[in-house]
Design a protein around this ligand. Sequence first.
Ligand code: NAI
Length: 272
Amino acid sequence: MSHQLLKGKKGIIFGALDEKSIAWKTALKCYEEGAQIVLTNAPVALRMGEINKLAEACGNAPVIGADVTNMDDLKNLFEKSMEHFGGKVDFVLHSIGMSLNVRKGKHYTELNYEWNAKTLDISAMSLHRVLRTAWDMDAINDWGSVVALTYIAAQRVFPDYNEMADAKSLLESVTRSFGYHYAVKKKVRVNTISQSPTKTTAGSGVKGFDGFINYAEKMSPLGNASAEDCANYIAVMFSDLTRMVTMQNLFHDGGFSFTGVTAEVIEQMEKE
Ligand code: NAI
């Protein structure tokens, strides 16, 4: 059901790879809530062609390629988006994550540092790059809202999350630091949403993901939050209903982050 929460708003959505992507569900939700959007992803991801289906479902939204580690691509993206909208944007979703060491099977204690630098750039400093580009071009309206997606491995150890734990810590730090400056200068809000494990391409790359997602399900009083639930939360964060929220890491995890143990987990342990 639509509440037209985002009526008249315009935004850029990074990271819709396929219909499982959190960004995909978010694009559909924002469109349903009355927003106009521009979709973007890395050129190599666009070649899959899937995103064109999403663009069509979002009122023929433009699709503009941008590697998030390339400043020229980001400038072009914001320029073209502002041209298309006839003005500045109101929201940006950063839904991007990639770990080269995980992909290549390197253990955390044996990181390849060149790959690690790339991982931190794609998954964390890219938020700085996006905010910096928007800042330099004055591309976000006052009270605009930027959301990036993160995971609780930034605060607590999940051994197989590997170098992505460090990337997410950095991402959350950039959110606070840039969030401060953008709030003071332009009243632009920057937050991260810390999402439950979710079956997507990026999510499934984590070793032992099936065991992990079942464990989180049992450890969350409400159960794991789905990608659709996450899209709903993001839409609220883009709306004017949350205008005083900034520089926060917001847990969206069915209660997992504040649960010590659940009856279900204890029962499971008693079986052993
Ligand atoms: P996904 O695989 O659908 O999305 C990741 C996106 O990052 C893809 O669209 C990919 O093309 C894009 N990307 C990678 N390198 C890029 C580059 N150089 N330039 C531009 N885009 C690039 O997976 P998902 O799960 O939807 O991931 C979205 C975000 O949610 C990520 O930040 C992820 O870490 C985060 N997250 C995911 C969880 C999960 O369990 N799936 C849990 C918590 C957070």
